[in-house]
Design a protein around this ligand. Structure first.
Ligand SMILES: [Fe+2]
Ligand SMILES: [Fe+2]
Length: 244
């Protein structure tokens, strides 16, 4: 599994884990992101049970697993968080941030760790993690009805969950190189998995204000520099949620 440093300064590092070569072909590929702040980590969308051994192996090469103090479950999908109980078995005191809307549903994976849940209000929340400020950014109906993305205002990096997702080949670059070429990997995904043009356009407006320099989806490749703007322009024009 690839491990790529997206950002690094004296006390903070963003690392992307991607392109699991051992993953079965019928399991959708996912990206996981670890943010390490002063030796402690947040894991964004820890992933599915199926890929847990590979993600654990890769992350153990980067950090001491016991240093993971928090998880974000951007929404309730199995590819996002069905591994949660396994992670919490290793880090029983870590916090799990999720939409209030899904807490009772995610509790069906097992009640033992419900005490670790921190439910996010619809309007989002600021997070102070080891003296670095982050934001849980509302992204409801993009695609889940209770959905949050995660922003680092200092690094200007936005974790965008399924927004910007693309179904790419295993040998595809982890950072988008040719935006026009990339469209074919993400167009159908957004048309089908994003249910609402109103919600999608509201999200685009919100992200334009944040003005990220990196946009990091849970599937596919990272958008950097001018490709962030190209993606937002493209998404704004795309009609989504079309019933057949
Ligand atoms: Fe999803
Ligand atoms: Fe997903």
């Amino acid at each position: 599994m690839l491990s790529k440093i997206l950002y690094e300064n004296e006390n903070c590092k963003w690392i992307m884990l991607a392109r699991d070569p051992q993953k079965k072909t019928n399991v959708i590929d996912t990206n996981e992101y670890a943010i390490i702040v002063n030796q402690e980590a947040i894991l964004l969308d820890p992933g599915g049970i199926e890929i847990f051994p590979m993600v654990l192996t890769s992350i153990s090469e980067i950090l001491d697993v016991k240093s993971i103090k928090a998880y974000l479950c951007s929404h309730q999908d199995p590819d996002v968080m069905s591994s949660l109980q396994l992670w919490l078995g290793l880090t029983p005191n870590a916090k799990v941030y999720m939409s209030w809307l899904w807490a009772g549903f995610i509790a069906h994976f097992g009640g033992e760790y419900v005490k670790n849940f921190v439910t996010l209000p619809d309007e989002g929340l600021a997070l102070d993690f080891n003296q670095r400020k982050f934001e849980f950014v509302p992204a409801h109906y993009c695609h889940s009805s209770g959905n949050f993305h995660f922003f680092d205002p200092e690094a200007k990096i936005l974790f965008s969950g399924d927004m910007g997702a693309a179904l790419v080949p295993l040998d595809y670059p982890t950072v988008v190189e040719d935006f026009k070429e990339h469209i074919k990997y993400m167009e159908k995904f957004h048309q089908r998995w994003m249910p609402s043009n109103t919600a999608k356009n509201k999200w685009v407006q919100r992200v334009r204000k944040l003005n990220p320099s990196l946009l990091c989806p849970q599937h596919g490749s990272v958008f950097a520099g001018e490709n962030v703007q190209l993606f937002l322009d493209w998404l704004e024009d795309l009609e989504v949620g079309k019933a057949k």
